[in-house]
Design a protein. Structure first.
Lengths: 320, 438
């Protein structure tokens, strides 16, 4: 055994250069020290734990209580057990909202990912004014949602708005993008993709930046086509970032209230009502706190499950 | 000096640090346990929360008036705060729950009834008695004070009103070659002529946050002698009169007299349509010319239209000032309210409010009489105006969930999008209202 390996082994065992001062004494000292250190750490993190409990735990517990009662914002009301959950799960508006949330999330996540990926790959090439394009492409993400939703409303709402007018000029009729339920759902999803792709672009760009160019050079020498490079090198190497961005965007989409509420208010005829909009309406418009909070709980549970599944994918991709 | 050495030489010990951290952590806890204004003495400040009922000049004047209040004896002064409409119910609820809410406030149309049912309102019976004693009671226009009465007493005192009325753009009716409609039949005929010049005959919108869709359709029902409730105060939507009114709306939709995009029009979209001369006629609140910025006189108020059976009517929202139990002094709240009611005329004198007064003395002011449209609304529409819960003998808290709720907005979108026949849409509305009023 060389000197280096010996010292490393000693270090791992916690034995200093001077040698052991006797196994029993050392263990006792170490045990006392670790108890003291543990106590100190416990004291140090106590304020943070208390704050976390106050900030997160209290509202969560209170919301849980509300979900089991039939009260309002001022009065908890009578205990109804799981009635709120069963009434919500058996109601048609809930499942309609769940369906739209699913579509909205799938389109939002994968639509923005595809566009973000394409733009990140384009911006990786040497094009003139690359930096300027990056800034411009970030605008939809940066601009406040109130401004962008107003802009989209102005573009699409009335028959004389620019986009319907353009369709009309092209002989395609005058589609009412926010008045027709199907078109409204499509418009809201497109709006979500539009405001979200810059985030995806940034995530993927940073992942691509860490991929060594020599990998591509080597594969080129081995005769790999561009498509093969993309599917066999690029995608696997950015998979970790991809899964993280999917988790984040799934959470963003499911919890997205302003995008929908500012553009359509959940209408027409509930065509764009997502679960979070439905929960808001239940609590703050219908003043039915219990069912509204129950919806929020169901959403949280679903998000946790989806996040765990995707997180496992991340771990899997890290070990491969 | 390294960081480590700096820390080691500092007088800031570990125990001291933990103490500070624990104190910092306990701040929110202590704040949450605070007593709020209820713990103040009788001479504590009376907090008055108000909604932005007009341009910024309204809030400025209201603040100035409130702060100029000089209480008598040991009663407290008053402070003013504007509360934005966005999430106002949460704002009030959380403040009341934490006992940091106001002593008095204006608010949503049924807010006083809601909070009264939750035991948070101080009834205004004493104030009403004093108004009767000093003769001011008779100054209130018919139906206004009574609208605030419940079985337990007056939940609030009215200060303003906003009946929904029919407006028309004179230049467009002239261009279409039609007279101002006087009943539904002539409205339909005028509508066809307006359509001929590419103009909507019934301006309405039911998009995000736009409640005019709900209110206008309800106005049509009331105009035909209908409404949402029966004499027992229960939801009663699927009636012959309501069906007839909604079939009329359906006919207007199918004839293209209502803009097909109306189903998604926000308030801004609707306002723009009025401004851009795309709408010839329609229901709106008082102050349409000011809302659209067109004060040329082209936008005028029509006389109440007669329905097929000769009924006239509309929905009228009464704005009120309510008092809360959480006050430093109930006597102080009442004194301020009585004083403030006497100052209301200033809003109309200075023309900074978008609503109409409920006191005859204000209607008689020369400044108010200058606005011919508002004078006409008081003269012709106020008397046919009905409360939102019409036919029900009393208003009640869950009307807030009906007025701004999902059922009515979905109903409006269904009607304007022609997605169901009148009876089916009304049946769904009945179910929706039952679910939030049970």
């Amino acid at each position: 055994m060389t000197t280096t390996t010996r010292s490393l082994a000693r270090a791992r065992k916690g034995v200093g250069p001077g040698g052991a001062s006797g196994p029993a004494g050392t263990a006792r000292k170490q045990s006392t020290l670790s108890r003291q250190t543990g106590r100190t750490f416990a004291f140090l993190i106590l304020p943070s734990v208390l704050l976390l409990l106050l900030i997160n735990g209290y509202p969560l517990i209170y919301a849980g209580i509300q979900a089991l009662h039939n009260g309002n914002l001022l009065d908890t009301g009578a205990f109804v057990g799981l009635d709120n959950f069963s009434s919500v799960l058996s109601s048609e508006p809930f499942w309609k909202a769940a369906r739209f949330t699913l579509v909205f999330t799938l389109v939002g996540v994968f639509g923005s990912w595809l566009i973000g990926l394409a733009l990140a790959l384009v911006l990786r090439t040497k094009i003139p004014a690359n930096g300027l394009f990056k800034v411009l492409l970030l605008l939809p993400w940066v601009v406040p949602i109130v401004v962008s939703s107003t802009a989209w409303n102005w573009l699409t709402a009335t028959p004389t708005s620019p986009v319907p007018a353009l369709f009309n000029a092209l002989g395609l009729g005058t589609p009412l993008f926010l008045a027709d339920p199907t078109l409204a759902a499509i418009t809201v999803c497109l709006f979500k993709v539009w405001i979200s792709f810059p985030f995806m672009m940034m995530m993927i760009s940073s992942a691509l930046a860490s991929v060594d160019n020599t990998v591509y050079e080597a594969s080129s020498m081995d005769g790999a086509s561009k498509w093969q490079q993309f599917t066999q090198i690029t995608l696997p190497l950015i998979s970790r970032s991809t899964y993280i961005s999917w988790i984040l965007m799934t959470i963003f989409c499911v919890n997205d209230f302003p995008t929908i509420y500012l553009l359509t208010g959940g209408g027409p005829v509930d065509a764009t009502t997502s679960l979070v909009v439905l929960a808001y309406r239940m609590v703050f418009q219908n003043f039915q706190t219990g069912p509204g909070v129950a919806i929020a709980f169901l959403m949280t549970m679903t998000l946790v499950i989806v996040s765990v599944v995707l997180y496992r994918q991340i771990r899997k991709s890290s070990t491969e | 000096m390294t960081i480590k050495s700096a820390l080691s030489t500092s007088a800031f010990s570990r125990r001291g640090f933990l103490g500070v951290a624990a104190a910092a952590a306990s701040v929110p806890l202590l704040a949450a346990c605070g007593g709020g204004s209820a713990s103040q003495g009788a001479g504590g400040t009376i907090k008055f929360w108000d909604m932005p009922w007009g341009p910024p000049a309204y809030s400025d004047l209201a603040k100035k008036l409130t702060e100029s209040y000089v209480p008598t004896g040991s009663l407290g002064k008053a402070s003013y705060q504007t509360i934005q409409w966005n999430n106002f119910y949460q704002t009030f609820s959380s403040a009341i729950a934490s006992k940091t809410g106001p002593a008095l406030s204006t608010g949503g149309g049924f807010q006083a009834f809601q909070f009264a049912e939750q035991g948070q309102i101080a009834y205004a019976d004493n104030v009403i008695s004093k108004l009767k004693q000093n003769g001011q009671y008779n100054d209130f226009l018919p139906g206004t004070i009574e609208s605030q009465n419940t079985d337990k007493g007056y939940v609030a005192v009215p200060w303003s009103q906003g009946p929904r009325v029919v407006w028309y753009r004179k230049s467009l009716l002239d261009r279409a070659g039609v007279a101002v409609p006087t009943d539904w039949k002539s409205w339909l005929e005028a509508g066809k002529a307006l359509k001929g010049i590419g103009v909507s005959a019934f301006g309405i919108g039911a998009g995000a946050g736009n409640v005019f869709g709900n209110q206008n359709l309800l106005s049509m029902m009331i105009n035909n002698g209908g409404g949402l409730f029966n004499e027992d105060g229960r939801p009663d939507v699927v009636t012959d009169r309501n069906i007839e009114a909604m079939e009329f709306v359906r006919e207007m939709v199918s004839l293209g007299l209502i803009d097909p995009g109306a189903v998604s029009y926000t308030l801004d979209n609707l306002s723009s349509q009025w401004k851009d001369k795309k709408i010839g006629m329609g229901w709106y609140a008082p102050g349409l010319p000011e809302s659209t910025g067109d004060t040329s006189g082209d936008l005028q108020v029509a006389s109440p239209l007669a329905g097929p059976h000769g009924d006239k009517g509309t929905v009228n929202y009464i704005g009120s000032i309510m008092m809360y139990k959480n006050t430093p002094s109930q006597e102080g709240s009442e004194a301020f309210l009585l004083w403030y009611l006497g100052q209301l005329k200033e809003f109309w004198k200075q023309d900074v409010v978008g609503l109409l007064p409920v006191q005859q003395s204000i209607v008689d002011l020369p400044e108010f009489q200058k606005n011919k449209q508002n004078v006409q609304i008081i003269k012709e529409w106020q008397s046919v105006g009905k409360p939102f819960g019409t036919k029900s003998p009393r208003l009640f808290g869950s009307l807030a969930a009906v007025d701004g709720g999902q059922a009515l907005s979905q109903f409006a979108q269904t009607m304007l999008g022609a997605r169901a026949d009148a009876k089916t849409a009304l049946t769904d509305l009945q179910k929706g209202i039952e679910s939030v009023t049970k």
